[in-house]
Design a protein around this ligand. Structure first.
Ligand SMILES: [Zn+2]
Length: 223
């Protein structure tokens, strides 16, 4: 598998930097995040996303190697380990974030989900570029969820472990987390994502919404 090559250099890097002061818990967390980073790249390289590479210039994802078909610039791995570790640090470092994952007997994660409480203001600021879409989202979301919610950020299942209900189990974990915080849940995804079916299965409602920044986007809420 091509993604396995990321794992050993990174682990070495982490352990080399601070060889004596890492607690077992910290090492476990770093390993877990590294394993989830590998899994993340594996999940999104597969159907229906096929995000194997990304253009360094225009940012478009591709399933090809070599150069970008849109702008001719070099393609690099879509989700390199270094970027993913940064992303996890930012996402899982948020206040009261929740990570749920399923693992094999050897502790290797095969499915992941995470989320965190977010205000509508933080959400529109983080996720939308234009003031008109930010305003549209404010007036759509606030009457449904109020000022804040639990944002179900990401979920993925290793391709060979699909169709076993893992994503539904993890989605229900996220709903339980939202409930334990006394918050509604919001999920934003793409209309071709398998998460659409799961959102419907767990009783989430589709927000009536046209995203002018990306027409394939859909939002589900559960109050
Ligand atoms: Zn390009």
């Amino acid at each position: 598998m091509e993604f396995e090559t990321y794992s050993s250099p990174l682990q070495k890097l982490v352990l080399d930097r601070k060889p004596l002061s890492y607690s077992e818990e910290e090492i476990r967390n770093v390993r877990l995040r590294r394993d989830i980073a590998v899994l993340y790249a594996q999940v999104f390289a597969d159907e229906p996303w096929n995000e194997k590479t990304r253009c360094v210039s225009c940012g478009a994802f591709s399933s090809e190697q070599g150069v970008c078909s849109a702008c001719g610039t070099r393609l690099v791995p879509a989700y390199p380990m270094k970027d993913m570790m940064e992303y996890f640090r930012s996402e899982l470092g948020k206040d009261n974030s929740v990570l749920a994952y399923a693992a094999e007997e050897n502790d290797l994660p095969i499915a992941f989900a995470w989320g965190f409480p977010l205000s509508v203001e933080q959400f529109v600021d983080m996720k939308y570029k234009t003031e008109s879409m930010r305003n549209a989202l404010r007036s759509l979301l606030i009457p449904v969820v109020g000022d804040s919610f639990f944002y179900f950020s990401e979920c993925g299942v290793r391709p060979d472990q699909r169709k076993k209900g893992l994503a539904s189990i993890l989605t229900n974990q996220m709903l339980n987390s939202a409930q334990s915080y006394g918050l509604p849940m919001v999920m934003r995804t793409n209309d071709r994502s398998p998460m659409v079916k799961i959102a419907q299965r767990v009783g989430m409602d589709k927000l009536p919404y046209d995203d002018l920044e990306n027409l394939q986007r859909v939002i589900f809420t559960r109050t």
